[in-house]
Design a protein around this ligand. Structure first.
Ligand code: ZN
Length: 259
């Protein structure tokens, strides 16, 4: 067997766990990892090594990223696929790393044909079937228990788009129904949009406001799903209290379909 065919066949289970020093540094101060049992920790550390070995990390500007940054991105990125498995990320491989949040020029056209150009400040972005772009400053600020996790957010979009439609519903295992998913997510999204209207918009209010999720979730059903995933892993009590049916479906989905 040639080395190339060996590499192709190497699965996440064949990798040594992420080294203890990096694991400790990433885990420390990030409450989501405290809930994992020893078997889950071992699986996650192997997935993280697999992720680092199979992704092309490309620096945008002079961001680095250093080994600890790669380990941080890998561990946070693999948390959602801990029970789903590595194959969920087999349709993309490039991680672009920018030093800080970046400005993305957007154009919208309204129903009257009025064109508006504006700049949007982003901490992460995915290209369909393509690279994930992450701000290193936001990666480092992710997962500290306040509900903010740009890596999980962008990975949620990657899971969502696997069925060809970025619509807030990833491909579901056979044991889960699309109708039940819509029946939980659609009213939760509508309710959240109403809450945002009542509380007033503004990203500065986000974390200290009474909203259960970052108000970016009101942008669209797919952003609602991505923000719900961030909160589910990072501050589960917030989403559990507001949207228990959504939380229950996310728990089942991220366990791989077993309730
Ligand atoms: Zn998003």
């Amino acid at each position: 067997m040639g080395i190339l065919s060996f590499l192709r066949r190497k699965g996440a289970d064949d990798y040594d766990p992420l080294d203890a020093g990096h694991w400790e540094a990433v885990r420390s101060g990030r409450p989501a990892f405290a809930a994992l049992d020893a078997g889950e920790v071992l699986t996650l550390r192997r997935l993280a090594s697999w992720f680092i070995a199979t992704r092309d990390f490309v620096s945008v500007g002079d961001a680095g990223p250093g080994d600890l940054d790669k380990a941080t991105i890998a561990v946070l990125a693999c948390l959602p696929i801990l029970h789903l498995g590595a194959r969920w990320y087999d349709d993309w491989s490039t991680v672009l790393v920018a030093p800080d949040s970046f400005v993305h020029s957007m154009t919208t056209v309204d129903s009257a044909g009025v064109v508006t150009d504006y700049d949007d400040e982003l901490s992460g972005r995915v290209t369909e079937m393509g690279p994930v772009l992450l701000s290193l400053a936001d990666v480092r600020a992710s997962g500290h228990g306040d509900g903010y996790n740009v890596v999980v957010h962008e990975m949620a979009h990657k899971l969502d788009e696997r069925d060809g439609a970025l619509d807030g519903c990833p491909p579901l295992p056979r044991s889960m129904s699309r109708r039940a998913w819509n029946d939980a997510f659609a009213p939760a999204f509508d309710d959240f949009c109403s809450r945002v209207e009542r509380e007033g918009r503004g990203r500065k209010l986000l974390r200290s406001s009474r909203l259960p999720l970052d108000d970016y979730a009101a942008e669209s059903p797919e952003e609602f799903f991505a923000v719900a995933c961030e909160t589910f892993f990072d501050a589960p009590h917030r989403i559990q209290g507001a949207y228990p049916a959504v939380t229950s479906l996310l728990a089942t989905f991220f366990k791989g379909g077993d309730s």
